[in-house]
Design a protein around this ligand. Structure first.
Ligand SMILES: Cc1cc2nc3c(=O)[nH]c(=O)nc-3n(C[C@H](O)[C@H](O)[C@H](O)COP(=O)(O)O)c2cc1C
Ligand code: SF4
Length: 461
């Protein structure tokens, strides 16, 4: 099987990268082809965005490049806030050069004024790696006429949401704006203000949309490989609708949590075994969540191919291929409560049904989980699940709706047991798998999550 994104030994200098058959070839090929043919190559390869949505990358680039009468910007999304996901940090540790080369190619293809690489300020190791890669590529003349800025952002989950990320680049908190980056880009006056200049970055604002391309770290990491080896080479791995590989994270109830590159289309059960070394002896998989954005996958669905279409066919989504495994001892009411609490706390509250609804759902799930709940709580959860997405600016509210309703649908008996027995029959709480580190088969989770309040402050002891 072809794997190319995650080298077994990390690439830590530009010389090492240039010695590979890809290093520098991506940019040289793009320059030889010109912007339009570069975009056509990415489109022909069928690359899809690895940030969670799976949007076709070539089509996204063309949509920005076609808007020629305005400035254009580029953003690399390395916020990686999805619980159960560590692949962007693993990629930046293993080979930051391919990400920066992909960024340079994308900037050239869309004619970007400037590029921004956004990571959480707490990702110190990855910021150091990517800063070094940018400096070395600039010094070597691979990136001479492009300005690349590295932005250290907040820890909030919404920082990774693309409309919120543009706000952070402009110096504001991570509150999603209304319009998508291709309509309301960086340093553009905001349409809801009548295209007037706002208080931040005013000196740079224009009355134009400044369409901005936002791509995930892994999406950009694929780009030099495609240009160096061709669209047909890329399509020789994966499936027709999901070509290539994906860097999967497997955490939760597995023997050795880890990150690994797998061919798209590999069955989910095989990915759990190959990347996470499977569940403990004597245990079986009960449920798998792909981050906190998609409906639960049950034990009966472990043959599902890890691909965009494979997960869509079972009514779920592959997301960023971060798989949170729950074995047969796990409580599904607790899982729903944990993920709902995460989304409630991280919701920014600009859309009242999202904050209020996810808060109410979380409170009722906690009542049921702790044995204090009854059928009225289920009714209130159902009521809010219908309304939580009303007037939503961003997808977080949909995540709440999809995750919680899927657990209710797949595991109704566990909710009934809690209500009948006035207790949790499986009282072994799992941690919230928000990853701080993942190395040598050990996952380090962010315990501070349980102290985080819905106003984004933290309880102190
Ligand atoms: C609440 C929320 C959090 C997100 N977090 C991330 C993230 O950490 N990293 C990321 O690449 N995309 C994240 N996304 C998706 C981005 O909004 C966007 O779709 C993605 O960066 C586009 O890149 P791609 O086309 O290369 O996938 C998030 C979306 C939502 C709704
Ligand atoms: S849907 Fe929720 S998280 Fe998204 S902008 Fe509205 S309140 Fe904030």
């Amino acid at each position: 099987m072809t794997t190319f994104l995650l080298p077994t030994t990390p690439i830590t200098s530009l010389d090492e990268y240039l010695a590979t058959d890809v290093g520098g070839v991506g940019v040289a090929t793009a320059q030889r082809l010109g912007p339009r043919a570069t975009i056509d190559t990415i489109a022909a390869a069928g690359l899809r965005g690895r940030g969670g949505g799976g949007f076709p990358t070539g089509r996204k680039w063309a949509g920005i490049a076609d808007q020629t009468d305005t400035r254009r910007y580029l953003v690399c999304n390395g916020a990686e806030g999805e619980p159960g996901t560590f692949k962007d940090r693993a990629l930046l540790r293993a080979n930051p050069y391919q990400v920066v080369e992909g960024l340079i190619v994308a900037a050239f293809a869309i004619g970007a004024e400037e590029a921004f690489i956004c990571l959480k300020a707490s990702f110190e190791r990855e910021i150091a790696a990517v800063t070094r890669a940018v400096q070395e590529l600039q010094a070597a003349g691979v990136c001479t006429d492009c300005t690349v800025n590295i932005v250290a952002g907040p820890d909030e989950y919404l920082f990774g949401e693309e409309k919120a990320m543009l706000e952070v680049i402009e110096g504001k908190p991570p509150l999603p704006r209304w319009f998508p980056p291709y309509e309301h880009g960086l340093f553009a006056a905001s349409p809801q203000e009548g295209w007037e200049a706002g208080p931040h970055g005013t000196h740079r604002r224009s009355n134009e949309p400044n369409p901005t391309l936002v791509n995930n770290v892994e999406t950009l990491a694929n780009v030099p490989h495609i240009l160096a080896r061709g669209a047909d080479w890329f399509r020789s791995t994966g499936t027709a609708d999901s070509p290539g590989t994906v860097v999967a994270t497997v955490v939760g109830d597995v023997v050795a949590p880890d990150v690994g590159e797998v061919e798209l289309g590999t069955p989910l059960g095989a990915v759990i075994d190959a990347v996470g070394s499977g569940v403990a002896p004597g245990r079986t998989v009960k449920a798998v969540f792909s981050g906190v954005a998609n409906p639960v996958v049950t034990a009966a669905q472990l043959d599902t191919p890890v691909s965009y279409e494979g997960f869509a066919a079972i009514g779920s989504g592959m997301g960023a291929a971060g798989f949170i495994v729950h074995d047969d001892t796990a409580c599904m009411v607790d899982a729903a409560y944990r993920f709902s609490r995460f989304l409630y706390v991280e919701s920014c509250g600009q859309c009242p049904p999202c904050k209020m609804g996810s808060g109410e759902i979380t409170e009722r799930l906690e009542r049921i989980e702790t044995g204090a709940g009854d059928d009225r709580d289920l009714g209130i959860i159902a009521h809010w699940l219908e309304r939580v997405t009303d007037g939503n600016r961003c997808y977080l509210a949909v995540e709440e709706q999809r995750v919680v309703s899927s657990v209710l649908r797949a595991f109704p008996d566990e909710f009934a047991e809690h209500i009948e027995q006035h207790r949790c029959p499986r009282p072994t709480r799992r941690p919230m798998p928000k990853l701080l580190d993942l190395a040598d088969g050990t996952a380090t989770y962010d315990d501070a999550f349980w102290r985080k309040r819905p106003d984004w402050t933290y309880e102190t002891d």
